[in-house]
Design a protein around this ligand. Structure first.
Ligand code: SF4
Ligand code: SF4
Length: 357
């Protein structure tokens, strides 16, 4: 990756830099924390043909964030990524997985990494703590061991693919709070991860009681998160490759901005120090083929009416009206992807946020 491409990836001002795409509504897990639970297993996934139309309609952008459902349930996951890699010249793809289908996940990741050597591929296995905690939340007996096996096999794959990053995503909710520190230490001691992301529970969870925790617990989480980010930054910054070191520094600074923005909002009830660019630099396509400016808002445009041409749908009156609503009535949330994408386009907001204590 050239310096120019990295600069574009991290600070470019082109309209779209990140697309969140819910490629499937199918899921083999039963998480009580799921915010997408009302849409799951409706069998409404878009065909590869429609996805190809979407990819060809978009200008070049930077990051594709795959979501779902469980992405590995789509056999054509590599072809979906190929479509965006070929037509939209993406530089980064991020794929979450619950890790329940070890062999399938490993096979898909091998295929994606080998056919897209120019892409930085991040696969994040969702593990919410030790066995009992994780299985109580995710609802699959024996699921923890399967996810851990997947994690080990993915880490082993890194020897063959220099473009592969392997991370763990851990949910922050009422039932994971007590074991978060111990679990993050366990991951550091036992696995050579690229990142460990703490994700504060969001949206309309299937079990709303998981969202019941207060400011004291939150402060502890942010203290822990700061240590985790620093640990993985120091580890990754040892890379002999200068460009990679710059990339890791940028990732670290952005993770601090996300954390500080969330802390300011949740603990002090103060808004972001920059505009939310939902619908402009970051957009969402859900598994039914609806284009949304924001993952957390209901307004959506049916891509069917635009023959799956995202650019045309983006220019529709309905979509423009949604962006205007977001501009006029700020609705600050803790969504890391939207904070990250928005702040990259406002250097002043980025600096001000970094300077927050
Ligand atoms: S959180 Fe993810 S893995 Fe869990 S039920 Fe929802 S879509 Fe499936
Ligand atoms: S602030 Fe959050 S909820 Fe509001 S539009 Fe942006 S991402 Fe959506």
């Amino acid at each position: 990756m050239t310096i120019l491409k990295m600069w574009r990836a991290l600070f470019n001002r082109q309209q779209l830099d990140t697309l969140i795409f819910f490629i499937t509504d199918r899921c083999n897990s039963r998480c009580r924390s799921c915010f997408y639970w009302q849409n799951l297993n409706q069998h409404s996934d878009l065909s590869l043909d429609k996805i190809n139309k979407m990819a060809t309609s978009l200008p070049r952008f930077t990051s594709l964030l795959i979501s779902g459902g469980e992405p590995s349930l789509r056999d054509d996951l590599p072809e979906i990524i190929n479509a965006f890699s070929k037509h939209s010249s993406i530089s980064f793809v991020s794929i979450p997985t619950n890790g329940l289908l070890t062999d399938k996940v490993v096979m898909l990741v091998k295929k994606i990494c080998s056919t897209n050597t120019q892409l930085v591929v991040t696969i994040s296995v969702s593990i919410d703590g030790f066995e009992k905690t994780s299985e109580d939340i995710r609802g699959i007996p024996g699921g923890w061991a399967r996810s851990i096996t997947t994690l080990k096999k993915l880490l082993a794959l890194k020897k063959n693919f220099s473009n592969l990053r392997v991370a763990v995503n851990t949910l922050v909710c009422r039932e994971t709070l007590d074991t978060l520190t111990e679990f993050s230490d366990y991951l550091i001691k036992n696995y050579s991860l690229d990142a460990h992301n703490l994700e504060i529970i969001r949206g309309d969870a299937r079990d709303p009681s998981l969202k019941e925790f207060g400011p004291r617990e939150l402060q502890k989480i942010f203290d822990l998160e700061k240590k985790i980010h620093l640990h993985y930054f120091k580890k990754n910054f040892k890379s002999p490759n200068t460009l990679r070191r710059i990339y890791h520094l940028a990732i670290y600074l952005l993770s601090l901005v996300v954390m500080k923005t969330q802390r300011r909002l949740l603990l002090k009830k103060q808004p972001w120090l920059f505009d939310c660019l939902a619908g402009r630099t970051i957009m969402v396509v859900d598994s039914r083929g609806y284009l949304k400016a924001c993952e957390l808002r209901p307004a959506a445009v049916d891509l069917f009416h635009y023959d799956y041409n995202i650019t045309k749908a983006q220019n529709s009156e309905d979509f423009k009206a949604e962006i205007e609503t977001i501009k006029k009535t700020p609705c600050p949330c803790t969504h890391g992807c939207f904070i990250n994408s928005s702040v990259r386009h406002e250097p002043l907001g980025l600096i001000k946020t970094l300077l927050l204590r």
